[in-house]
Design a protein around this ligand. Structure first.
Ligand SMILES: NC(=O)c1ccc[n+]([C@@H]2O[C@H](COP(=O)([O-])OP(=O)(O)OC[C@H]3O[C@@H](n4cnc5c(N)ncnc54)[C@H](O)[C@@H]3O)[C@@H](O)[C@H]2O)c1
Length: 596
């Protein structure tokens, strides 16, 4: 029989603590909510009230249940109020000495059988536990932000945590409607160990003006389906907390430079820009604690006129190539009203692409998403050709041929001879340097990257890559075209992986390394990222879909360009590729798909 927890204490009612109190009280458990001072207690009370009021307003909580919830919470200043609780969860700032002091005091104040838990994200639970005389009753219970919403709890056992304490806490998680993964005491556990390198990298991109905050966040939301972008997430976590987590992970986790906090973070924390809780971080919020972003001096003007500013007029578009991407791109342009010239390497290929475009458009008609007349009009706007000469009068060329530099360079040299002046020449490369392609022409200022995602008809994101030679007009044109296609164009520099792949693949690679180190299982790691961070797929699910060979190739490129030791491809990934386990396409990758 698992132990019953009737009263639970929560220490620290900040970003996490207030949410944790709500989780207990919502599930019928009395909570003693403790803060360091009256004003801090008031803030915690206001956070809880704000969150439950929002839940009532959204129809997710009945007003009577909210009132009952509040009756279950007893607020107090000082740890003495915790003398008779069954379990304490500490959620004070991420400093080891502070947590150790609090645990030593909890050890004195609480009953001998009380379980003492920390919500730390990165500190050693073991080191915290030895500040007490009961390390076998100390455990990590790591909730995710926002605690009432996120389903995951990481239960962290140290080498001395008693097995029955682990079992009791697991049963409690189930009672709270949470899914738990139980793991050993390692810096960052599962989710943060995989998350924070990515977050820090995104801050680095922002710091170096590689892309704007809006574009970095939009890229990850629209390109990967994440619930929020990395900079918005940093604001939610709190920049002070994020800084401490990174700093601890750097020191505890083998001094991986990717965890060395980007200098900008420290500057922002020093300047009091802590994120949502202080009303300003990467973004500006309506008031401290508010989730509502308000415009500030860095907010881009997104009107149509602003988008068109400096952009050249585009009416006729050439698309070169006959693969999946070219097919999708032809359809997208034709549907958006552009005249399209498709160029392939022969009539047979053209016929195939034409068939594929027709099939795809017909699907839209069958699903009721496209009128027959619009389908016919779109098809009528496309002309099919097997010679580049037909691109003499287009305004924009989108190249989507095989991912080989020599082929692309030769093609761009030809385009340079054929196309009229002022044309924007775009490559859809996902891994080659755009500047290499640009320099094959005599007009590198007119060359950009237009990185569509697969399937182009569906994915709402396009990365616009600006090389060091690209003119502002060419970039503005590319961005305006994306908007006209109904896509979000995000502008970034010409570095391996652009925004999305540069941020996504190292994280996937890290997940493979974590599995390889036997820290956790593929199932638990997938669970942790989906339920703790709201990712639509776990890393191993995604790797199997993308293809392990493709993932390895991208990771190699990133490693070769940046020489970052942490980007070295995971040996397990290399071995699986060598063994022919490439993911769903070969029916076996990290998982066996032969029966599905
Ligand atoms: N922010 C996140 O997204 C997140 C997610 C999971 C876990 N965590 C972890 O949760 C813990 C708390 O982080 P946070 O972001 O909520 O911090 P926070 O700064 O938002 O809140 C900390 C609270 O602790 C209070 N406090 C400080 N000293 C105290 C004391 N002696 N007694 C009682 N209360 C005291 C502060 O007044 C403040 O309200 C950290 O260990 C952090 O790593 C944070």
């Amino acid at each position: 029989m698992a132990r019953e927890f009737n009263t639970v204490g929560v220490v620290g009612l900040g970003t996490m603590g207030a949410g944790i109190v709500e989780v207990f009280a919502r599930n019928g458990i009395d909570a003693v909510a403790v803060e360091i001072s009256e004003p801090a207690l008031e803030r915690g009370r206001a956070t809880l009230a704000g969150s439950t009021d929002r839940a009532v307003a959204k129809g997710k909580l009945a007003a009577a249940d909210r009132d009952a919830l509040h009756e279950r919470v007893h607020f107090a200043v000082g740890l003495n109020a915790l003398h008779s609780v069954d379990l304490v969860i500490e959620a004070v700032p991420e400093h080891l000495d502070l947590k150790q002091r609090i645990f030593a005091e909890l050890d004195r104040v609480c009953r001998p059988d009380t379980i003492l838990a920390t919500n730390t994200s990165s500190l050693s639970v073991t080191e915290i536990s030895v500040a007490t005389t009961r390390p076998n009753q100390v455990i990590g219970i790591h909730f995710f932000n926002p605690a009432p919403v996120m389903k995951l709890v990481e239960v962290v056992r140290t080498v001395v945590t008693a097995p029955e304490v682990v079992a009791d806490v697991e049963a409690l998680c189930a009672r709270l409607g949470k899914v738990d993964v139980t793991i050993n005491d390692r810096a960052g556990f599962i989710a943060n160990a995989l998350l924070f390198g990515y977050l820090n990298h995104a801050v680095g991109m922002f710091e170096s003006h590689y892309a704007t905050r809006e574009d970095i966040d939009a890229a990850m939301k629209l390109g990967c389906g994440l619930p929020m972008g990395p900079l918005a997430l940093m604001d939610l976590i709190g920049l002070d907390t994020a800084y401490e987590i990174l700093d601890t992970m750097y020191r505890r986790g083998g001094r991986d430079r990717r965890h060395a906090p980007v200098p900008l973070l420290k500057q922002m924390v020093t300047a009091g820009l802590l994120g949502r809780k202080s009303g300003r971080g990467f973004y500006t919020y309506e008031r401290p604690g508010s989730p509502k972003v308000v415009p500030d001096e860095a907010t881009p003007v997104a009107t149509e006129a602003a988008l068109a500013d400096g952009a050249r007029a585009i009416a006729k578009v050439g698309v070169v190539g006959s693969g999946t991407m070219a097919t999708g791109i032809i359809e997208v342009f034709a549907k958006a009203g552009y005249e399209v010239v498709s160029v392939t390497r022969g009539a047979e290929k053209s016929a195939k692409v034409c068939e594929a475009v027709k099939t795809s458009l017909n699907k839209g008609v069958v699903r009721g998403k496209l009128a027959e007349t619009d389908r016919d009009a779109a098809l009528g706007r496309i002309s099919w050709s097997a010679t580049l000469d037909h691109l003499a009068d287009v305004d924009l060329v989108v190249e989507a041929v095989i991912e080989e530099l020599s082929v692309k360079k030769a093609l761009f040299a030809s385009l340079d001879e054929i196309c009229k002046p002022g044309v924007v020449l775009a490559t859809t490369t996902s891994s080659l340097p755009v500047i290499e392609v640009a320099m094959a022409t005599h007009r590198p200022a007119d060359v950009v990257g237009l990185h569509f995602f697969n399937p182009a008809q569906v994915m709402p994101l396009v990365e616009v890559i600006r090389t060091i030679r690209t003119s502002p007009e060419a970039t503005a044109t590319a961005r305006a075209v994306c908007a006209a296609l109904g896509k979000t164009g995000v502008v970034c520099g010409d570095r391996s992986g652009f925004i999305v792949n540069a941020l996504l693949f190292p994280y996937l690679n890290d997940a493979v390394k974590m599995l390889e180190a036997s820290y956790s299982t593929a199932d638990d790691i997938d669970h942790a990222m989906k339920l703790g961070c709201g990712y639509p797929m776990g890393p191993f699910e995604l790797l199997d879909v993308v293809g392990l060979d493709v993932s390895l190739a991208i990771q190699r490129e990133l490693y070769l360009e940046l020489r970052e030791p942490g980007f070295a491809p995971a040996p397990l990934l290399e071995h699986l590729v060598t063994a022919g386990y490439l993911g769903r396409k070969t029916r076996r990758g990290f998982r066996d798909h032969s029966h599905r």
